[in-house]
Design a protein around this ligand. Sequence first.
Ligand SMILES: [Zn+2]
Length: 225
Amino acid sequence: MRATTPIIRKIYNDCNTLYFEGKLPTPIFGTYKFNRVWGSVKTRHDLDPNGRVINFQSWLRMNSRWDISEDKMIDVVLHEMIHIYIVYNGIPVTQPDGHGEEFIKVMNDINEKYGRNVKVNKEIDLEELDTDNLRRGHYICMVEMKDARSGFYPLPPNRVPKLRQTMEKFDQVKSYTLYYTEHPFFNRYLTNKKVKSFPLYYEDVEEILKQAINLTQEKQTDTKD
Ligand SMILES: [Zn+2]
């Protein structure tokens, strides 16, 4: 499923009842199509003279870039809810990214008690995007490096017209082939990877590209007379 505001609201309300005794305040919900994040939460509050949290407000946004399973969606919403739970209850946050021991404790409690799989990810686990089956276009540049390794770059469309120039400047590249494909496998990659850095590698990528449109044409004509 893809995140929409009504879906997030429904999951949030259900989870609030199931896991937080209905005690969490309702955030302002939204979606975005962003880089490598599943979702995010922002909070704002004042403190009364006794240091208690008052005037609490929160914003919860989910990435609608991907088509993910309902279970994954619930686990991500729960992750964001734990952030809200901690700040709303005035529990001291011990790590700048909010994933200190106070977070881990609540997360582990929920996972153990209810068999959930809430995580703290440094990077998105790309295999979790295997469920994404939306079809959209991708320009993929397969490259062969001079050291015999190979890999690919997902390209933004506006970089395609200057591809030859770019590749010529990158002297580790031996040859390249440009493909256009709507295979959902490539949904998980961002197109802003620097072409100067080593290309991405996935062992089955050539198999997947067999169904792609090969945009690189090579021709030789010999003139004999
Ligand atoms: Zn977090």
